[in-house]
Ligand binder design. Structure first.
Ligand SMILES: [Zn+2]
Ligand SMILES: [Zn+2]
Length: 147
């Protein structure tokens, strides 16, 4: 259940689609576990996700969106919620180190960068009103429910 919101410019053949209300939680996705065990997500996750870890943890992965503080464009990433048997949770963000739109180095863990549905709505509303970010032409609106 959710909503797809986005835009498309037929002239430039560019556009973006965002899935709002994307609630699918992947539990312990194997690709993530393998990356963590290899140490790609830091020392703490490498230890916790390893076979000899004294603590059993579960990871739930969700899609997330981030707004670049430099160009104000939105890009996608993921957030892993790591939880032990007491329910304690910490959050690990997985997103590009550089904004895919303007190539500036961004700190994804910094507060205020993550955007939720309302922020995406405002962002898409602005592109619908202003036109294509590249050519300024009218864009096709994408707004549909999906399940
Ligand atoms: Zn940017
Ligand atoms: Zn265009």
């Amino acid at each position: 259940m959710g909503r797809k919101l986005g835009w498309h410019c037929d002239d430039c053949e560019i556009g973006e689609v965002f899935h709002l209300g994307y609630a699918a939680n992947a539990l312990n996705p194997p690709a993530f576990v393998e990356e963590a065990v290899r140490g790609e997500h830091g020392t703490l996750l490498k230890v916790l996700m390893g076979e000899d870890s004294p603590v059993k943890v579960d990871v739930r992965m969700r899609g997330a969106h981030f707004m670049c503080p430099y160009c104000q464009r939105i890009y996608s990433g993921r957030v892993a919620y790591v939880q032990d048997d007491s329910g304690a949770i910490f959050r690990h963000t997985i997103a590009p180190d550089r904004c895919p739109h303007c190539n500036t180095v961004v700190d994804n863990e910094a507060s205020g960068v993550r955007v939720r549905s309302k922020g995406i709505q405002r962002y898409v509303d602005k592109i619908w009103a202003d036109g294509c970010p590249r050519c300024g032409g009218e864009v096709e609106r994408i707004d549909m429910d999906w399940s």
